[in-house]
Design a protein around this ligand. Structure first.
Ligand code: B12
Ligand code: SF4
Length: 391
C-alpha cells in the first residue's frame, strides 16, 4: 500500500471490533481503526481531530496500539443522509456489484442496523436493533427511482421483516406512489415471523426475490446456536412463498459443533419435504469468524482452536475440513447429496430455477452469467443448463 500512497490509513467495519490490536499486527501500515459506526468518528478525524481525542478508536502511537476509552455515539438513524449516488459512477457499480446475480442498475438498501436475536455463529457488531422508518426508506427509494432511474432494489438488512408493521407500511407507500420496481430480499428474512400477508403485500409492492434463513432443521442445533426458529412455521411460509411466482432461497448450513451425520441429514430431508428446492443452491459449511460465540461452543465440544480458526479464511461454499463429529468425508457426502437432490447436479432443479428466473424478468444473458458464477465454469447458452442439466 505504501508504495502507492502516503495517505493516513484508517480502517473500519466489524473486523475492528473482532480483531482490535490484532488488526494492526496483520496490517502493518494501518494507523487508525474506528470501532462501531463510522459516521461520527471519520468526520471528526477528517476535520483534523487528533486520534487521541476521538472516543473509542484505536491508533498506533510509536510501537504501541492505543485504544481510547468511551465509544462513538450511534447515529440517529433516520437523520443520516442517504449515500451520495451522484458522486459515484453507478454504471461501474452495475457491472461489478451483483446481489442477485443480475447486474442491474441497483439500489442497495440497509433499512435497519442490528438484530434482536443473538445466534452464536453470527458476529453482532451492533447492539440491539435500530429501524429506519418506512417513510425514510421510501424517501430513499423514491430519490433513487426518480433521480437515478433505479428500478431494482436489494435489501441487505439482517432481518428486514423484524417489524411487520413497518414492512407493510413501506409496501403501502411504494404501491400508493405507483412505483414499478423490483425488490430483492437478498439477506435472510426470519421465516417464522413472516406471514402470508407479508408475502402477498411484498409481492404487490414488487418483491421478486425472497431469502429465508433456516440454517439447520434440527431442533438440537437450533437450540445450540440460539436461533430458536420455529421449523414448522418456517416450513409453512417457505412452502407458501414457493407457490408464488417469485425466487425463493433457503439458507442452510452444516458442520455445527456437536452436529452428527444424522442431524445434518435431517436438514437435507427437511428441505426435501418442501415443494421446491432453494433457487440458489447454497448449503454452506459453518465458518468460525473471530468474535463469534460459537468459537467457544466449539472449543467446549472439543474442537481444535487453531484448525477452527483456519475455517474463517475460506468462503462458505469452499470445501469442508471435517469436525470431531462429522468427518471430512461425511461433510463431502452431505454436499454431494445436497447438489444431487436440490442443486447443481439436479436437472429438474436447475430447469425449475431457470423457469422461475425467466418468469421474474431475468434475461437469458443474466441467467447464463449467474450459472457461470455458481458453477465456476463458462456457460454460453441457457440450453447448456436445461439440456445437460447440471455437471
Ligand atoms: C452485504 C454483506 C456482504 C456482501 C458485501 C457486498 C459489498 N460489496 O458490499 C457479501 C455477500 C459479498 C458479503 C461477503 C462476506 N461477508 Co458479509 N455482510 C454483509 C452485511 C449483511 C451488510 C454489510 C453492509 O453493507 N452493512 C451496511 C454498512 C452501513 O455497515 P458496515 O459495513 O458495518 O459499516 C459501518 C461500520 O462498520 C463503519 N465502517 C465500515 N467501513 C468503514 C470504513 C472506515 C474507514 C470507517 C471509519 C468506518 C467504517 O461505519 C459504517 C457505518 O456505521 C453484513 C451484516 C451487517 N448487517 O452489517 C455482513 C458481514 C459484514 N459479513 C460478514 C462476513 C463474515 C462475510 C464473508 C467473510 C463471508 C464469507 N466467508 O464469504 C464475506 C467477505 C467478503 C469480503 N471480501 O469482504 C460478517 C463479518 C464478521 C466479522 N467479524 O467481520 C458480517 C458482519 C455478517 C455477520 N453478522 O456475521 N457480505
Ligand atoms: S444470524 Fe440473523 S437472526 Fe441470527 S443474530 Fe445474526 S442477523 Fe440476527
Amino acid at each position: 500500500m505504501r508504495t502507492n500512497s502516503d495517505a493516513t490509513l484508517i480502517a473500519g467495519g466489524p473486523i475492528v471490533k473482532a480483531y482490535k490490536q490484532r488488526l494492526f499486527t496483520e496490517v502493518p501500515e494501518l494507523e487508525i481503526a474506528v470501532q462501531g459506526e463510522g459516521e461520527q468518528g471519520l468526520v471528526e478525524l477528517l476535520s483534523g481531530a487528533s486520534p487521541s481525542a476521538v472516543a473509542g478508536i484505536l491508533y498506533r502511537d510509536g510501537d504501541q496500539v492505543v485504544e481510547n476509552a468511551g465509544s462513538l455515539q450511534n447515529a440517529e438513524i433516520d437523520s443520516l443522509p442517504f449515500p451520495a449516488y451522484d458522486l459515484i459512477d453507478i454504471d461501474q457499480y452495475q457491472s461489478q456489484l451483483s446481489y442477485a446475480y443480475n447486474h442491474r442498475r441497483q439500489g442497495v438498501l440497509l433499512t435497519s442496523r442490528g438484530c434482536v436475536y443473538s445466534c452464536t455463529y453470527c458476529f453482532s457488531h451492533w447492539k440491539g436493533i435500530r429501524l429506519r422508518s418506512a417513510a425514510n426508506i421510501f424517501e430513499e427509494i423514491a430519490a433513487l427511482y426518480d433521480r437515478h432511474g433505479i428500478r431494482d432494489f436489494y435489501i441487505v438488512d439482517d432481518i428486514f421483516n423484524v417489524d411487520v408493521k413497518r414492512s407493510l407500511d413501506l409496501f403501502d407507500l411504494i404501491q400508493a406512489a405507483g412505483l414499478k420496481l423490483r425488490i430483492y430480499f437478498v439477506n435472510g428474512l426470519r421465516a417464522d415471523i413472516a406471514s402470508e400477508k407479508f408475502v402477498d403485500r411484498a409481492m404487490e409492492a414488487g418483491a421478486v426475490w425472497f431469502t429465508y434463513a433456516v440454517e439447520s432443521a434440527t431442533e438440537e442445533i437450533q437450540r445450540l446456536v440460539r436461533k430458536h426458529l420455529n421449523l414448522e412455521k418456517a416450513r409453512q411460509i417457505i412452502a407458501y412463498t414457493q407457490r408464488q411466482n417469485v425466487a425463493v432461497n433457503i439458507s442452510t448450513m452444516y458442520g455445527f459443533p456437536t452436529e452428527t451425520r444424522e442431524m445434518a441429514q435431517r436438514t437435507l430431508d427437511w428441505l426435501g419435504e418442501l415443494p421446491k428446492p432453494s433457487l440458489l443452491p447454497y448449503h454452506f459449511c459453518l465458518r468460525f469468524f473471530p468474535g463469534c460465540e460459537i468459537n467457544q461452543q466449539a472449543i467446549d465440544a472439543g474442537w481444535d482452536a487453531e484448525r477452527m480458526g483456519l475455517t474463517s479464511r475460506f468462503s462458505y461454499n469452499d470445501m469442508a475440513m471435517g469436525t470431531p463429529t462429522l468427518s471430512k468425508h461425511e461433510m463431502n457426502e452431505i454436499q454431494i447429496e445436497y447438489h444431487r437432490r436440490f442443486g447443481m447436479s439436479n436437472a429438474s432443479a436447475v430447469d425449475a430455477a431457470v423457469r422461475t428466473l425467466r418468469s421474474i424478468g431475468y434475461e437469458d444473458t443474466e441467467i447464463v452469467h449467474m450459472y457461470s458464477v455458481l458453477k465456476r465454469k463458462v456457460i454460453r447458452d441457457v440450453s447448456e443448463l436445461t439440456q445437460a442439466g447440471g455437471y
